[in-house]
Write a protein that binds this ligand. Sequence first.
Ligand code: FES
Length: 105
Amino acid sequence: PLVKFINADNEIYEVNAEIGGNLMQVALDNGIDEILGECGGSCSCATCHCYIGDDWLAKTGTPDDTEQEMLECALAQKVNSRLSCQIKITEDLDGLIVHLPEAQY
Ligand code: FES
């Protein structure tokens, strides 16, 4: 599936994501500097914070309690905030739009 990352300067990175992986890993594999992923994807750092495009919120689902708690630590949290390591890539996410925060901390 194709995933479009848009950073705070409106620069767009279009990348191919592998099914079965997670969104944080996709960003790292494609050199997207705005996503840090310091804990390696175990939902304990919040440096993989991103914002899901409005049209995609239904498909990406809602954060579970652990993710929700970690999200409270993220800078500039919004209603569409997610931790990208908790989003699993599926065929359904083809065309996904992900906005990147200006900073992770
Ligand atoms: Fe640490 Fe996602 S990589 S919470």
